[in-house]
Design a protein around this ligand. Structure first.
Ligand code: ADP
Ligand code: MG
Length: 752
């Protein structure tokens, strides 16, 4: 039994409906130690025979045995395994990676074989020495002469260290001196391998070949010198070969992940022009995908600026309602941190106040505005002056001709009555007016953005009722609990009641056995969303019709029927236990997501009002149009990129055919490609980020790009990176599929 045995093997070529015979009914036995030369005129089937033997081409009839086992049932991948294990190829056209150095080309064969870096480092120079190219070790193959290239090809075959070495016209492109050197080398190698050489130039090999096979018309017409070698060496080789084979099968190694990565990185950069072209393509991908991303986001943004919300009266789209995650009160450092954060236009501490609006009206003028403190005023009034007295206010609104009427200045000094949340009425006087500029740069104006600025005293007044009406107040008196209404007709403040005391109407006297309540203790409990507070108070007495004026300083009991009075300090203890909820206004809705992220990271619970607005236009409707549009464009970008990349990397076909010829499997080959595209994509993305950074710090200045980019938050950048990564992976997968569609040999044929 020989290394290779062909029994009646035929190979046909089908092209354009015509069947051509490559080889027909070939019988052949080849073994290690032979230096076989196949000759014959052109078209006689030499190459076909060689390709069948080396598993590069399939055969249609007969049977080929490899070390005794049949191969007619072999699949393409079986033949790939076979080639990796047994075959080293040397071609007329060299098939080296011309952008790699001599060293890298030789090392590649060993890397693909999964050899250790140390072994590679040690063996490669020895092999290069053997073929006499030590001086050119680090030269790129593209810069070598034909003879030198063929030596590299032989060195690579030696590095692969297989039992069979096939060479198709290895001297075909060489001058006679170079050819002689190659023949000598092959002869040397043939001592312990099976070397099969195809040549039409038999003279060059005449003195060295141990066996000569002559072909004509697809058939072997002459076979000389076979027997002698075979019989003499067979026994020794059978055993030696078996053990070698067993060993190789057990440790079937492939190229390591590290090597795949290194090859990918090397391929990325070793052809600078290609790299730049690829980079350009990926910059196109990065910019168009990010533009689509921003468009979708921006669209959502603009849409949600239009609408209304039921829970917060002030649904300014720039507003974020903030509380602390642990529901504790805001401290001074909380305020400072938020106020000093970038893009915070304004922090409103009396945030509940901001949701209650004041409506003032008389025959000529009506105004509706959100309550703020004069401390929050950002500029001096445009008309009138800053308030001085406690009841003086400043109105702020758009200068649109109807908010303040035709003549706003006429309103200065006018008085109006406002009713607070708890029903109490207050007189106010307009001291000044702030005329806000119509800001329709966003194409939309939050039209109800009018404010009324009140003195601190007024704010306290308004707040009192507000807080009380947003909480539940109960009083525990002599064992019974009753719910108090805070505000007019319920729990009120009164300066005449000392701290720690409570003044009740006479009706409470009846609750006590002795007939009077004074001197007893009550507990007032306040329950809010954020806290519970309880205060023990001493009943200072009760008031009746006669004592009401004296005890409270108020007149007209009928208006105050059933009211309970406590000291303002106690009232504050119950209701003003700090600030639990604030509102932050961002300078631009673009920064909304960034602000939300930042606050959430800072330990705050955030409600972006904009997201809770009911839209005129259904949000889903927008995503029905916009999102598929963006996806469609991204797909188009994907295919454009894919085709351009395929053009740029056309020559990669040869590279991948070469590494496959050397036995690299499909998966590692794909990974090498993936590394390259991901790397280029990452570089393109990094450049994109640098560009954004330059824009941010003002070196590059493009307002429209900036306008787009400010919509992106850290999360968006990560999502964008993931999308691009996915695209790079898919492009490489598609590209590799097109590469693998034809066999390694097919790629060479196409190129030839
Ligand atoms: P040689 O290497 O001796 O010149 P080949 O093995 O290349 O001969 O070719 C043998 C026969 O097979 C020729 O008749 C050739 O025309 C035919 N042949 C070889 N390759 C192909 C192919 N890819 N498609 C069709 N016919 C082919
Ligand atoms: Mg040929």
């Amino acid at each position: 039994m020989g290394m290779i045995r062909l029994k009646n093997v035929s190979k046909f070529y089908y092209s354009k409906g015509i069947i051509a015979s490559g080889i027909s009914k070939v019988n052949l036995d080849l073994d290690v130690g032979e230096f076989v030369v196949i000759t014959g005129e052109s078209g006689s089937g030499k190459s076909t025979l060689l390709n069948v033997i080396s598993g590069l081409d399939s055969y249609e009839e007969g049977e080929m045995y490899i070390e005794g086992s049949e191969t007619s049932h072999y699949t393409a991948s079986d033949f790939e395994d076979y080639r990796q294990k047994y075959i080293s190829c040397i071609f007329q056209s060299f098939n080296l990676v011309s952008s790699y150095t001599v060293f890298q080309n030789v090392a590649l064969a060993m890397q693909i074989d999964g050899r250790s870096p140390e072994e590679i480092k040690k063996k490669v120079p020895e092999i290069i020495e053997k073929v006499g190219l030590s001086a050119y070790k680090n030269r790129k193959v593209s810069k070598l002469s034909g003879g030198q290239k063929q030596r590299v090809a032989i060195a690579r075959a030696l590095a692969k260290d297989t039992k069979i070495l096939v060479a198709d016209e290895p001297t075909g492109n060489l001058d006679s001196v170079s050819a002689e050197g190659i023949v000598d080398l092959l002869t040397e190698i043939a001592a312990d391998k099976l070397v099969i050489v195809v040549t039409h130039n038999y003279d060059q090999f005449r003195d060295h070949a141990t066996r000569v096979i002559k072909m004509h018309d697809g058939k072997i017409v002459e076979d000389t010198g076979a027997a002698a070698v075979k019989t003499a060496e067979e026994p020794a080789h059978v055993t030696g070969r078996r053990s070698a084979r067993a060993k190789k099968t057990d440790e079937k190694q492939t190229v390591s992940y590290g090597t795949q990565l290194r090859l990918g990185v090397r391929n990325t950069f070793n052809l600078p022009a290609k790299f730049l072209l690829l980079l350009l393509v990926f910059m196109f991908v990065v910019s168009s995908v990010s533009a689509q991303y921003v468009t979708v986001k921006k669209q959502k943004d603009t849409v949600s600026e239009q609408g209304w919300n039921d829970y917060f009266t002030n649904y300014d789209p720039k507003r974020i309602v903030v509380e602390k995650n642990d529901h504790s009160a805001f401290t001074r450092s909380d305020f400072e941190a938020i106020e000093n954060a970038p893009h915070v236009e304004r922090l409103i501490r009396e945030d509940m106040l901001y949701d209650s609006s004041i409506y003032i009206e008389n025959d000529e003028f009506s105004f509706y505005g959100f309550m703020l403190s004069t401390g929050d005023l950002e500029k001096e009034p445009d008309l009138g002056s800053m308030p001085e007295a406690d009841n003086e206010v400043v109105l702020a609104g758009y200068d649109d001709g109807w908010t303040f009427g035709e003549k706003p200045e006429a309103l200065i000094g006018k008085t109006y009555t406002v009713t607070s949340n708890d029903g109490s009425e207050h007189e106010i006087k307009i001291a000044g007016i702030v005329l806000k500029e119509m800001d329709d740069s966003d194409g939309y104006v939050y039209s109800e953005n009018s404010e009324i600025y009140l003195s601190d005293k007024m704010v306290t007044e308004m707040r009192k009722g507000l807080y009380a009406s947003n909480s539940k107040t109960t009083m525990l008196i002599n064992g019974s609990e009753e719910t108090l209404f805070a505000g007019e007709g319920g729990l009120m403040i009164n300066d005449r009641v000392p701290e720690g005391y409570i003044l009740l109407p006479t009706s409470y006297d009846g609750l006590f056995e002795k007939g009077y309540a004074a001197g007893n203790e009550v507990r007032v409990r306040v329950h809010t969303l954020y806290y519970d507070e309880e205060l023990k108070l001493m009943i200072m007495g009760t008031y009746g019709e006669k004592t009401f004026e004296k005890k409270t300083g108020l007149t007209d009991l009928s208006e105050h029927d059933g009211e309970i009075y406590i000291n303002p300090m106690d009232y504050r203890r119950l209701y003003e236990k700090g600030c639990y909820q604030v509102s932050v206004f961002v300078d631009d809705t673009k920064n909304m997501d960034g602000m939300k992220d930042m606050l959430e990271r800072g330990g705050y619970h955030v409600l972006v009002l904009r997201d809770h607005i009911y839209n005129f236009m259904n949000q889903e409707l927008i995503s029905i149009i916009q999102l598929p549009m963006a996806v469609f464009i991204c797909l188009a970008v994907f295919f454009i990129a894919y085709f351009v990349i395929r053009l740029i990397l056309k020559s990669r076909g040869i590279y991948f055919a070469t590494v496959r010829m050397l036995g690299m499997g499909k998966k590692p080959v794909c990974r090498v490609m993936r590394v390259e595209l991901i790397l280029v994509c990452a570089i393109a993305y990094a450049l994109f980020l640098v560009f954004i950074y330059l824009n941010r710090i003002g070196i590059v200045n493009s307002a429209s790009i900036m306008d787009h980019l400010t919509y992106l938050t850290l999360r968006d950048y990560i999502v964008l990176a993931a999308i691009l990564l996915l695209m790079a992976v898919l492009i490489s997968a598609r590209f590799m599929r097109s590469i693998f569609r034809s066999s390694a040999m097919g790629v060479y044929r196409e190129e030839a």
